[in-house]
Design a protein around this ligand. Structure first.
Ligand code: FE
Ligand code: FE
Ligand code: ZN
Length: 282
């Protein structure tokens, strides 16, 4: 069974997202915890969160993904940037407890000239401060395209963060197909090789979700521009191999392609169909 869904707008609340996901046969989805380019956040509607939690449980959803805002930079050079990251993450993680057992995805950060190793240190420091063994949420570090001074373009960088965090049982990785391809991991020509490298460096047990995106740019471009499935440099055949790969079986696959709901619905039907027919061929 392929678990697949897409990024949804959270503007109409929690339950609305669950219903929207159901309307397109998704059994997972992702949403921004707040404005992706800002920080302000509405009061939490506890009844709405509880209604979604019930829907997820009763309707066969797998884990869903909350995405932190892009403005969160755990390894900024300025104290106030890191303080903002701390406050946003602390509040987001508190709220995630109303949707227990799900995933909270962050971009590790941009070291803005301080160097990768300092970036890694600062990110681990913040995670050590905020992760709580009593929390029911798993925090995911997303694999990045490596544009600018982004941390997380190499598997080794994520491994180093994981290695420095004490409550690392609360920590996992989300693999973004556009990002890794842009970062120079050739999931088109050598998916097995990339996944076995991931396994060697990080461990496949850490992989908790996949962002399924085609890329507007060629292999290794370090650009991070998502394309709809099948229209980019990764292509439909490689996408199909990804969704049926045994190492990724059972993970939530989240589309972050440039689409509105009907486009996402079509991609979900397409990928489920390809996954099914590949399975049928054995
Ligand atoms: Fe992301
Ligand atoms: Fe992503
Ligand atoms: Zn991206």
């Amino acid at each position: 069974m392929l678990h697949i869904g897409c990024h949804l707008s959270s503007s109409k609340g929690f339950l609305h997202m669950g219903k929207a996901a159901q309307s397109i046969q998704a059994d997972t989805f992702q949403f921004f915890t707040r404005n992706p380019r800002g920080g302000a956040i509405k009061d939490l509607d506890e009844a709405d969160a509880a209604a979604l939690a019930r829907l997820l449980k009763d309707s066969g959803f797998t884990r869903i993904v909350a995405h932190a805002p892009y403005t969160l930079n755990a390894c900024g050079a300025e104290g106030r940037v890191r303080e903002f990251a701390r406050e946003v993450m602390r509040e987001d993680l508190r709220r995630m407890e109303y949707l227990p057992g799900n995933l909270y995805n962050i971009h590790p950060g941009s070291h803005v000239g301080q160097g990768i190793s300092r970036g890694v240190e600062l990110i681990a420091e913040l995670l050590n401060e905020l992760l709580d063994s009593a929390h029911a949420t798993t925090v995911l570090l997303e694999t990045m395209a490596g544009k600018g001074s982004e941390v997380g373009g190499r598997f080794e960088e994520l491994r180093d963060i994981l290695g420095m965090v004490c409550q690392s049982e609360k920590l996992g990785v989300c693999l973004d197909t556009c990002h890794v391809y842009d970062a120079g991991y050739d999931i088109v020509q050598d998916l097995d090789g990339v996944l076995s490298e991931f396994d060697t460096v990080i461990g496949l047990g850490r992989l908790k979700a996949v962002h399924l995106n085609d890329s507007k740019n060629p292999f290794g471009s370090r650009k991070d521009r998502h394309e709809v499935i099948g229209k980019g440099s990764i292509g439909l055949e490689a996408m199909t191999r990804i969704v049926v790969h045994p190492a990724l079986r059972g993970l939530p696959f989240i589309l972050e392609t440039p689409n509105e709901l009907p486009g996402y619905a079509a991609e979900i039907i397409l990928l489920r169909g390809l996954a099914d027919s590949t399975a049928a061929r054995g």
